[in-house]
Design a protein around this ligand. Sequence first.
Ligand code: PMP
Ligand code: GLU
Length: 402
Amino acid sequence: MRISAHARSIQPSLTLQVAARAAKLRAEGVDVISFGAGEPDFDTPAHIKRAAEAALERGETKYTQVAGTPELREAVAAELSRAHGLRLGVENVIVSVGAKHSLFNLFLALLDPGDEVVIPAPCWVSYPEIVTLVGGTPVILETRAEEGYRIDERRLGEVVSHRTRAIVLCSPSNPTGALYDERTLVGVARVVRERGGPDTFVVTDDIYRRLVYRGEWSSMARVAPELLGRLAFVDGVSKTYAMTGWRIGYCAAPAELIEAMAKLQGQSTTNPASVSQAAALAALTGPQEPVEEMRREFDRRRRTMVSRLREIPDVAVHEPAGAFYAFPDLRAYLGARLPDRDTVIEDDLALAQYVLDQARVAIVPGSGCLAPGFERLSYATSMSNVEEGLRRFATALGALRR
Ligand code: PMP
Ligand code: GLU
């Protein structure tokens, strides 16, 4: 069958593929531990579920306004105004079907063919694909584990030009867990001013903003208020409130850009699900204690995962400051041979496959995040899974002939 060049131009989501592979094995009765998809294992807090039930009872089962209900947009504007030290109105906010959809609409509204988007790597699997899909050109900026994945201002300056329509920052980062401090953001803002064009945007993906364990999250808007007309913030409830399946994300940006995104959304998905919007409203306006409880538990798992990884010979891991991923460097294991055969583990994809086959542990190969030789392990799973999974992982690596 002929499939469009558009569809052929992108890779499938590796994170979702790994998750599907793990789910399939589990359905077949295999005892697989998944460090794959970044998805909190916690249930959505009870008060949020009750708000969704109440919305159903009230008959909120119809289309809403395309950009979201006025109540939810108001709540998002209030929440993001607090986070970024701004005075955002509903006209600055659009609610979409997850933060991934927000990013999709945002790049669709921003990019013309050939417009460049600078993406610091290692990066989340979907950024380069979304940019490519909407006709933009991803420009990858290398960041290094030994530099704490900081953005080097000089190297950034070499790739930013008038052709740059946006720079995407994800802090804390998926997959590295790195957090950009104020100095880094000041440096990025300087490069945008000095080397970018008049409409070079900074897009911050703040989806993990409330899952920080070391240091403090900083907002680009606070650090560089002079860029205000060229900032877009992507955020959502998936990670913070354990609401991945509800599919609610949002974006705050200048009103004109939001209007363009709403036009695109109005011709594609229409509004996000009405009941999910009611749930998201309860998440943002209700008690925040569950967020802190989950954050604390993630932190315990993070410490355990990182220390277990560091006990494995020749595995290096930069300590993640936020999100829920560890991103170990496993290059020392490439070129190793399987225990009972002569097959060589050539790359991180083969290593992830070996770990799945041998240890029944699902992990995401770093190549998907443009970091070959690395593997991503999510600790958004129970402490007993973290402990058992790491035991199996270490045993599997130990069985390789290096
Ligand atoms: N950005 C990053 C960095 C992510 O890790 C995710 C997780 N899927 C998303 C955006 C999208 O989240 P969602 O679509 O579930 O809101
Ligand atoms: N963001 C999560 C991850 O990176 C969920 C899957 C996805 O949307 O990519 O694993």
